[in-house]
Design a protein around this ligand. Sequence first.
Ligand SMILES: C[S@@+](CC[C@H](N)C(=O)[O-])C[C@H]1O[C@@H](n2cnc3c(N)ncnc32)[C@H](O)[C@@H]1O
Length: 514
Amino acid sequence: MAPILNLTNPQCIVKSSDGKGRGVFAAHAIPSQTTVESSPVLLFGKEEYEQHGRFTILDHYTFKWPNGRMALALGLGSLFNHSNTPNVSYTIDSANDLIHYTTTRPVEPGEELCIYYGSTLWFDLADPAVASDTPDQLDDGWGGLSSVDVDSGSVSKAPFPPFFRGAVDDILPEEELPFERFKPPPEEETADSIRTIQAWAVDVPDPRSIGLMLKWLRRSDLDASELGHLKRVRKQNDTSTFLLSVSTSPSLSSEPPSLPADIPLPAPYLLPVPASAALTLTSLDLKNALWPTVYAPRRKGEVEPWTRGRARWAWGAMRAAVREAQQRGRDAGELPVAAYVPAPYQSDADADADLASDADDKGADAFMAHDTRRSAAHPLRHAVMNVIRQIADARARSGDVAEQPIHTSTPGDEEENDSDSVPPLNANGTNYLLTARTLFTTHEPCIMCSMALLHSRVKEVVYLLPMRATGGCGGGTCVPALPGVNHRFGICRWTGDAVLEAEAGLQVDASVDA
Ligand SMILES: C[S@@+](CC[C@H](N)C(=O)[O-])C[C@H]1O[C@@H](n2cnc3c(N)ncnc32)[C@H](O)[C@@H]1O
């Protein structure tokens, strides 16, 4: 077929597209966010469509429209083919019975302009090599072209943020990440600012036993992850001291770890050791005075890199939290605040390794909670507290706790006082509820919740709405930066989908502790 220049829109050409029939192509370079077409639609009532339309060729061309109706786009609208990596988004303008098609990135001359139909297709992809890399939850399960956004008359939006295009394992530049990181506090460079943790140590009278101690340690189940930033042995004035484990309790009532039976040793004792590696030489000197510490200078501005796949995972998680908060705020009359701990992100390689090792189903490892202070008439039923409790309860049920359950009451219980719950015995980190986990929340957690997150050893917190007066993650105060706390976690403010914030209906009074 000879290419046809679209006279109403000189930016587009209609011509054959390999294996797809006709398609719409760029006549010349088109910048991102350009509306390349606005198609008027013919509307079908639900019944008319169900009884007739869907048995015809129209079924391949219709869009889902508000109020259960179906729309057939005139103009070029019906000729955009599908791509899993689309360069055009479409927005339904129900006030004017139009669909607007907008580029989501710069388009090269001659490039095909494609939209995303959904994850359930009724035809074989002409280019199956481009695997689906869009989240399943975006598919509405409807057979035709799914509707993506209903235009409120102002913004036209891309169906997916820019980080949806490209290889999952690419490291994203910092400016493309869907969040801003909270800057960590300056490194501890005065004696008073050094954060410490209590650890068990034992003096080793015979230095020749050190080798045996190291071998014993490898066989023992003492958790070394919290001590990775420290040297294992300190030599001071002819005394060799061996670091054993972190104390789970800052008090002296913590149980000492057991020692190797075949090496004569005195009783172990608790001492304060640096809580983290030294990032500067000044800090190294100060920390070494407490215990020999690893020097791990952070390159200027160095932060943990994020891959595109992980950014997509975060995007899905934040949307899930927003949906939960919106729904509970609307339907249940609760404060519209939700917290979500998704199953940890897995790259394709990790997932393959897990399959090979027959790992547990990670999908079962996700926890969602919303604020219930209104329905429970309980001021401490914040979303974050509820989700932490859910995790603790799940652990207790599965028996995945050291020595005894941490807490077994459910969010509906009246008793909040923990005084009758026995603190876990020496657990060497196994009782931390959120080690290596990321928590997504619609609102910056309050100071109480931030402290609970710290106690749970959360890895990072990603929030959408800052709570400047009451927040504990940089708003009112920054709990993980307070002197005396023994864990730090990353803090990120979601910026990637400004639309979420504008439309979410998640606003709460500035005085609320979220
Ligand atoms: C809305 S129409 C798009 C215009 C269509 N190509 C035409 O010539 O009329 C949808 C149909 O286009 C075809 N199509 C769209 N995207 C495709 C793709 N990526 N691979 C193969 N066929 C595709 C399928 O036959 C589908 O039913």
